[in-house]
Design a protein around this ligand. Structure first.
Ligand code: HEC
Ligand code: HEC
Ligand code: HEC
Length: 215
C-alpha cells in the first residue's frame, strides 16, 4: 500500500512536471533548445561563409599582392580559367582538398604560411617570386603526387576517359601511365601556371638548380 502510494506520488510528480507550464523554469528547456539552435545556426552559417569566402578566386588571387601580381595573370591565361565550355577550375579547386577534415587543415596551415610569407614580403618582387617558384612548385607537385592527384580527379575522371576521342599521343599516355605508377601531375605540370622552365625563359631569370619541370 505504502509502496503504491509512493509510486503514484512519483508518477504524479513527473506528470505535473511535464504537463503544468506553471513551472516556469521548464520553459528553459524549449528556450534553451531554441537558443542552441540559433547559436548553432549562426555559427554554421558564419563557418560556411568563411569557408566559402576564403575559397573564392577573388580572395585567393586578390588578397595578397604576390598572388594578384604574379600568380593570377598566368592562371587567367590558362585553360582552367577560360575554355570553350566555360567550365572553370578555380584556385581552391586544385589547391584545397574538397573533403573535411583535410580541407580545414590545409586551409589553416597553408593560409597561415601564406599570410606570414606575405607579411615578411618574401615574394614581393618579380625577382623574389621567380627565385622561389621552383621551390613553391615542387611543394605542390609533391602534395599532388602524394594524393595521387586527388584534386584533379574531382573534375577529371580517368575511368571514363573516352580514349578514342583523345589524340593518339594522349591515349597512349593515359593507357600506359597508370601501369608505370604515374599520376596526372607527373605528366601535366604547368597546366594553370607557367612551369618553372617556361617562366625562366619568359622572365629571363636563371634559377639555380631548376629542373625542366617535366619528366
Ligand atoms: C574544377 C574542375 C577541374 C579541376 C579541379 C581540374 N581541371 Fe583540368 N580541366 C577542367 C576543364 C573544365 C578543362 C577545359 C577543357 C575541357 O573542357 O576538358 C580542363 C582541361 C585540362 C587539360 C587539357 C589541357 C588542354 O590544353 O587541352 C588537362 C591536361 C588538365 N585539365 C589537367 C588537370 C590536372 C593535372 C588537374 C589537377 C592539377 C586538373 N586538370 C584539375 C576542369 C578541371
Ligand atoms: C604518362 C603521362 C600522363 C599521365 C599519367 C596523364 N596524362 Fe593526361 N595527357 C598526357 C599526354 C601526353 C597528353 C596529350 C598532350 C597534351 O595535351 O598535353 C594528355 C592529355 C590530357 C588531356 C587532354 C585530352 C584531350 O584529348 O583533349 C586531359 C584532360 C588530361 N590529359 C588529363 C589527365 C588527367 C586528369 C590525368 C590523371 C588522371 C592524366 N591526364 C594523366 C599524358 C599523361
Ligand atoms: C587546374 C589546377 C590549378 C588551378 C586552378 C590553380 N593552380 Fe596553382 N598550382 C597548380 C599546380 C599543378 C602547381 C604546381 C606548379 C605547376 O605545375 O604549374 C601550382 C602552383 C602554384 C603556386 C606555386 C608557384 C608556381 O607558379 O608554381 C602558387 C603560388 C599557386 N599555384 C597559387 C594558385 C592561385 C592563387 C590560383 C588561383 C588564381 C591557382 N594556383 C590556381 C594547380 C592549379
Amino acid at each position: 500500500m505504502v509502496e503504491k502510494n509512493e509510486k503514484e506520488q512519483t508518477e504524479g510528480r513527473l506528470q505535473r512536471l511535464w504537463r503544468k507550464p506553471k513551472y516556469w523554469w521548464l520553459l528553459g528547456i524549449p528556450v534553451g533548445a531554441w537558443g542552441m539552435f540559433v547559436i548553432g545556426l549562426a555559427s554554421m552559417v558564419g563557418f560556411e561563409v568563411m569557408i566559402h569566402e576564403t575559397g573564392t578566386e577573388k580572395f585567393c588571387a586578390g588578397a595578397c599582392h604576390s598572388m594578384e601580381a604574379f600568380t593570377a595573370p598566368e592562371y587567367r591565361d590558362s585553360i582552367h580559367y577560360t575554355s570553350a565550355s566555360g567550365v572553370q577550375a578555380t584556385c581552391s579547386d586544385c589547391h584545397i582538398p574538397h573533403v573535411y577534415p583535410q580541407k580545414l587543415w590545409v586551409k589553416a596551415t597553408s593560409g597561415t604560411r601564406d599570410i606570414i610569407g606575405e607579411i615578411r614580403g618574401i615574394i614581393d618582387t618579380r625577382e623574389e617570386y621567380e627565385a622561389k617558384r621552383q621551390h613553391m612548385a615542387e611543394r605542390v607537385w609533391a602534395t599532388m603526387k602524394e594524393t595521387d592527384s586527388r584534386e584533379c580527379r574531382y573534375c577529371h575522371n580517368a575511368e571514363v576517359f573516352d580514349i578514342s576521342a583523345q589524340s593518339e599521343f594522349a591515349a597512349r599516355a593515359h593507357e600506359q601511365g597508370p601501369a608505370q605508377g604515374k599520376t596526372c601531375i607527373d605528366c601535366h605540370k604547368g597546366i594553370a601556371h607557367l612551369s618553372p622552365d617556361e617562366a625562366a625563359v619568359k622572365f629571363a631569370t636563371s634559377v639555380p638548380g631548376a629542373d625542366t619541370g617535366a619528366d
